[in-house]
Structure formats: structure tokens, C-alpha cells
Design a protein around this ligand. Structure first.
Ligand code: GLN
Length: 189
């Protein structure tokens, strides 16, 4: 099993360190050929607009969309969540349309409004320290999207079939439990 980390922009190195820590084989993915070699893909936080632009340029955008439709497990954190959402409400931007959620970009405020909050996550036996940095807010989600964690009534981690998203950044903590969850998702796929 090989986990891919999309390496076009953003804090993908932190995801890589987390996988290294877990002893999970990984590959940085920047081309369709590299995407073909992995069994699951993590999309990091960063700037979703920039990520889309670069992915289109290298032919990754439509190709990844197709792979996800065919069952490739993916996990998007923050900007990665925006990329995977069905619709971005406050910004005219394309997305991969992989999970039936609507998001609002930067809904938790500016960089200076970043915060850490302890959240309950389904399947974890103790709370997770969630780091939010100019995070997107999920404002709509379909019935078959499972909410795995919420903060003050708003979902912050969700899953629909092979697609996992969180508006926070577990890669910036020392806690590997959510990466472990995704690795198990890939193993079970
Ligand atoms: N604000 C970024 C965006 O809209 C996401 C921020 C992040 O990934 N930390 O793409």
C-alpha cells in the first residue's frame, strides 16, 4: 500500500512527516503518472485557487476527479476540503465535486483569527486538538454524508464513501490518529 500526498502547493510536507512517523509508505504526487501509483491521496491545506490552477496545468485536475469517481480514497484538509466539495458558495471556483457538501471559504476569519479547539471525533476515544487556519465552513451537506466531528453545530470532519475531509489540520499536531483513520480507509478500499 502506497499513500500519495498531493505536492503541488500548501503544507503537504507536514502530511508527509506524519506518514513517516506512522511508518506508512508514501509518495509525493505531482503528475497523473504518479497518481496512478498510489492507493489513496491526501490533499493538504494551502490556497485552493492556486492548487486548482497548478493541477489543471499538469493535467491532474480532471484525472483526479475521474479516479475519485472510480473509488480512489482521498482525504482533504482545509483547502483540500474546499477542492473536494461539491460547491463553494462565496467564491466562483471550480471543485472536484467529490463529496456532497457546500462550503464557504475563509468563513472562520483571517489568518490572525486562527484557533485551536478540542473536538470529539467519532471512533476516537478522546478529544482531538483541532487547528483551524482560515478554515472553510460547511454550510450544507447531504444525508448520506457522515458527520464525524462538529464544532458548535457545524461539521468539521465528514466522510462520504471514499472521501474524507476536515476543515482543520491534523498534520500540524503531533497526533496521528486521523491519519491512521485514513490509512485504514485505504487498506479497506
Ligand atoms: N483559505 C484557504 C482557501 O480558501 C484555505 C486555508 C487553509 O488551507 N489553511 O483555499
Amino acid at each position: 500500500m502506497l499513500i500519495g500526498v498531493l505536492g503541488v502547493q500548501g503544507d503537504f510536507r507536514e502530511h508527509r512527516f506524519m506518514l513517516e512517523r506512522l511508518g506508512i509508505p508514501f509518495k509525493i504526487v505531482r503528475t497523473p503518472e504518479e497518481l496512478n501509483q498510489v492507493d489513496g491521496l491526501i490533499i493538504a491545506g494551502g490556497e485552493s485557487t492556486t492548487m486548482i490552477r497548478i493541477m489543471k496545468r499538469v493535467g491532474l485536475f480532471d484525472y483526479l476527479k475521474e479516479k475519485i469517481k472510480n473509488g480512489l480514497p482521498v482525504y482533504g484538509t482545509c483547502a483540500g476540503m474546499i477542492l473536494l466539495a461539491a460547491h463553494v458558495e462565496n467564491y466562483p471556483q471550480e471543485s472536484l465535486g467529490a463529496i456532497d457538501i457546500h462550503v464557504v471559504r475563509n468563513a472562520y476569519g483571517r489568518q490572525v483569527d486562527s484557533f485551536v479547539e478540542s473536538v470529539e471525533v467519532k471512533g476516537l476515544d478522546s478529544p482531538f486538538e483541532a487547528i483551524f487556519i482560515r478554515a472553510p465552513k460547511v454550510v450544507k451537506w447531504k444525508n448520506d454524508v457522515h458527520v464525524l466531528s462538529e464544532l458548535e453545530g457545524t461539521p468539521v470532519m465528514l466522510r462520504q464513501d471514499n472521501v474524507l475531509v476536515s476543515s482543520f489540520h491534523p498534520e500540524l499536531t503531533g497526533d496521528p490518529r486521523i491519519h491512521d483513520y485514513f490509512v485504514n480507509m485505504v487498506k479497506g478500499a
